[in-house]
Design a protein around this ligand. Structure first.
Ligand code: RIB
Ligand code: CA
Length: 327
């Protein structure tokens, strides 16, 4: 794909295992204007280092990496080091990258970029702390960010808690600011990502591809294989909506808001699926709207991914890893 045809994006991430695989997909297939790191899976010192390591491994020293906030807006960081390992990339040994960190704060990079151009899709693979701070510091961004592709939330319950998905759970206040900003959002939640599984043979197929990016991807896949319930690469599923759109086979627009107060539901994405609930899950959303347009304030504000094609996901992942041998 010619460089000028690639879609310009900024990626906000908390580089852990699945963020790393997502970054490798984006760095090959999209025009990555810049990457911002935030505290999430592990602390910011590790997430920004891991991000620089992945960018270097992808051979993209031209892509700038910025550090943002290390902790959520109101509460201390509850990380996911039990899933991603203390360093964030599982068993992958991460040397200090040669790729330097930019001096500018991530929030200021976001503001400067979006005040200068309005054609850059914002991909969020982490708690939404950086994005919320950027919107508060420069409210004009709500009209200048054309779209957010967000890995976060769920229509079927959480992973961090029974109700809340990790990226939203870590910073619900930030998520509420972003989801109520009016910016068009495409949401890839756990209801979608649970459909994607990294098999051992996939890891072996990738390991057979001899280039640094594929070798890193094979280590990342190897790290996740066989851990029941932890096989999906959530962030890689999300970016596939831009890298290989045919991977997402069904979506629906619905009203989504963020619970910030619930004793047991804080961080839940409250997705209004009432119009789509048929009498069997496999025919959901095939029905006409069951209700008159919902009361004011309940208009659909998010397009939610509902179904993924696993074979197309695997095909795209292998294709991109092969393409790293051609560059
Ligand atoms: O719930 C999955 C999300 O939380 C992914 O972005 C993963 O990297 C973690 O940040
Ligand atoms: Ca992430």
């Amino acid at each position: 794909m010619a460089e000028m045809e690639k879609k310009p994006v900024i990626i906000d991430c908390d580089t852990g295992v699945d963020d790393a695989l997502a970054l490798l997909l984006c760095l090959k297939r999209l025009d990555v204007v810049g990457i911002t790191a935030v505290g999430g899976n592990v602390g910011l010192a590790a997430t920004q280092r891991n991000t620089r390591f992945v960018v270097e491994t992808a051979g993209r020293m031209d892509v700038p990496v910025y550090a943002g906030y290390d902790r959520p807006m109101l509460v201390p960081l509850q990380d996911a080091s039990e899933v991603h390992g203390a360093g964030g990339l599982g068993k992958v040994q991460v040397p200090e990258p040669k790729k330097p960190l930019e001096k500018q704060h991530a929030v200021d990079f976001l503001i400067d970029t979006y005040m200068a151009r309005d054609d850059v899709t914002l991909i969020t693979l982490a708690p939404l702390t950086n994005i919320a701070h950027a919107l508060l510091k420069e409210p004009k961004l709500a009209k200048r960010i054309p779209e957010i592709l967000c890995m976060g939330g769920s229509t079927v319950g959480g992973n961090a808690t029974p109700a809340a998905e990790f990226n939203i759970f870590v910073d619900p206040e930030a998520a509420k600011i972003v989801f109520e900003s009016g910016i068009p959002i495409r949401m890839v939640g756990l209801n979608l990502t649970r459909q994607q599984v990294v098999t051992r043979e996939m890891g072996e197929k990738i390991a057979a591809i001899q280039n640094p990016a594929a070798q890193l991807a094979a280590q990342l896949c190897g790290d996740r294989n066989g851990k029941p319930g932890r096989d999906s690469f959530c962030d890689a599923c999300a970016v596939m909506w831009l890298v290989e759109p045919s991977v997402i086979t069904k979506s629906a627009k619905m009203h989504v808001t963020i619970e910030t107060k619930g004793e047991f539901t804080r961080g839940m994405t409250v997705c209004d699926t009432r119009p789509f609930r048929a009498n069997r899950p496999e025919v959901d959303i095939e029905r006409e709207w069951l209700f008159e347009p919902l009361p004011k304030g309940k208009e659909p504000n998010v397009e939610v991914a509902l179904e993924l094609d696993q074979a197309k996901f695997d095909q795209a992942l292998l294709a991109v890893m092969e393409e790293y041998s051609q560059s």
